[in-house]
Design a protein around this ligand. Structure first.
Ligand SMILES: N[C@@H](CCC(=O)N[C@@H](CS)C(=O)NCC(=O)O)C(=O)O
Length: 420
């Protein structure tokens, strides 16, 4: 169900509660306040299904994006309601109210220390935007927002939302004349279509299946800090607990519904290996799938292969080992796209900076501070979240120390009460 606030324009960076808490029955009974947020991370990581998932598209489409008017077929009985309706329709339905013309505002997953996004679809769009050379800005929404279709990623351009990674890329390519596949033959386009379908409708699910069965390993493997990802002050131990609960349950359900989930883990991994082998043979010794320049298929392949490749070595992950041993050309491909599209990878992963590609404004002097816009700058946001991250990490350390003692004490009290 949609919340009432969902269609109001919201300035990026504002505190907001956009996504309703999903039903995490048992968990919610234990700690209702904590139960909603890890679910957002679980969902965005591909395993959950939030209330936002169920939003009907029509709901938000009722009002035109940036002040357009409907009005077709209006009758006289509609006339009385017209001013109110018109006013409602005039309201932009985008979150970024003070947008700059032709800047693409990207709503995606929060950064992780291992790779820019653990959502292949989000990483694909950002990689494509960089390859296409379009001006874009990530919006730090702490996983609170979803598109009108209920998913991430989505973008807003000139006051209009575009959802779904494939549709975003197609639409922007048309609008800004950035077809990365312009030089491909029809046969190459057909191959690309089939490969992209394999990657997104099969290999991604192989990855999600592993994640849903290995939540602990996943959090460790991508060094996910849920406090940072969700902008929460709750202890990571608690967030992790709910995340694991939510992600494994919902993720497994989704993978089963997709069809893959009925198989044994080793069978699923074997399916993944076959996909990797096919990709590896198609790439052969070329730098990119269709020659010297990357195309859409390179973006998609990178966004999925990066999920497999950029996982901590200490975490045992069969597909990564297989890729390293049997498909070194795919590893080379991942490195090439990384170097070409993400020269700021280090900054992104160490500072968890969503906008490492945007030059930071000069620090404010006393003079230019007066009368300055009150909206937070990306730099301020970043500094605040860095400080919070540091603070949260140190909190986590002390919580870790205190927690076992607290549990022992609580158990002791319970035992004493039971003895009485
Ligand atoms: N077909 C979509 C798939 C996107 C998708 O599956 N996104 C996931 C995260 S990876 C999602 O938003 N799940 C629901 C949620 O986070 O609430 C696309 O290409 O953009």
């Amino acid at each position: 169900m949609a919340t009432e606030t969902e269609n109001k324009p919201v300035v990026a960076g504002e505190e907001e509660k956009k996504v309703e808490a999903p039903a995490v029955e048992a968990a919610a009974a234990a700690a209702p306040a904590a139960a909603d947020k890890p679910a957002e991370a679980a969902a965005a990581a591909g395993g959950g299904d939030t209330a936002a998932d169920k939003k009907p598209e029509e709901k938000a489409d009722a009002a035109p994006a940036a002040g357009g008017e409907g009005g077709d077929g209006a009758t006289s009985s509609d006339a009385a309601a017209a001013p109110a309706k018109k006013e409602k329709e005039m309201k932009p339905t985008v979150h970024k109210a003070n947008f700059e013309k032709d800047v693409v505002y990207l709503y995606q997953f929060t950064r992780t220390p291992m790779l820019p996004s653990i959502s292949p679809f989000c990483l694909k769009v950002e990689t494509w935007l960089r390859l296409a050379g379009l001006k874009y800005e990530n919006i730090d929404h702490k996983l609170k927002l979803r598109s009108k279709k209920g998913q991430l990623p989505f973008v807003e351009v000139n006051g209009e939302e575009i959802a779904d990674s494939t549709i975003i890329m197609q639409e922007l390519a048309t609008r800004y004349d950035k077809d990365l596949d312009a030089a491909l033959t029809q046969e190459q386009r057909n191959i690309a279509h089939a490969m992209i379908s394999m990657l997104e409708n099969h290999l991604v699910w192989v990855v999600l299946s592993w994640r849903s069965k290995n939540t602990e390993q996943m959090l460790k493997g991508y060094k996910i800090n849920l406090q940072h990802a969700l902008g929460s002050r709750l202890p990571n131990a608690l967030l992790n607990f709910f995340f694991k609960f939510q992600f494994s349950r919902k993720g497994a359900k989704k993978v089963k519904a997709q069809g893959l989930g009925v198989h044994k883990p080793e069978e699923i991994e074997e399916f993944g290996r076959k996909d990797l082998k096919v990709l590896s043979e198609l790439l052969a010794d070329k730098p990119f799938f269709f020659g010297d320049e990357p195309t859409t298929l390179d973006c998609v392949a990178f966004s999925v292969l990066a999920q497999i490749h950029f996982i901590l070595d200490e975490v045992k992950y069969g597909l990564k080992e297989f890729m390293q041993e049997n498909c070194p050309n795919l590893v080379g491909h991942v490195s090439r796209i990384k170097e070409r599209c993400f020269p700021d990878w280090e900054d992104i992963c160490t500072k968890l900076d969503l906008n490492a590609h945007i030059p930071k404004p000069e620090p404010e002097t006393k003079e230019n501070k007066e009368g300055a816009d009150t909206e937070k700058t990306a730099e301020q946001d970043k500094n605040e979240s860095e400080k919070e991250l540091e603070k949260d990490n140190s909190n986590e350390k002390s919580e870790k120390k205190e927690e076992p003692e607290k549990v022992v004490e609580e158990n002791k009290e319970k035992e004493e009460a039971a003895a009485k």
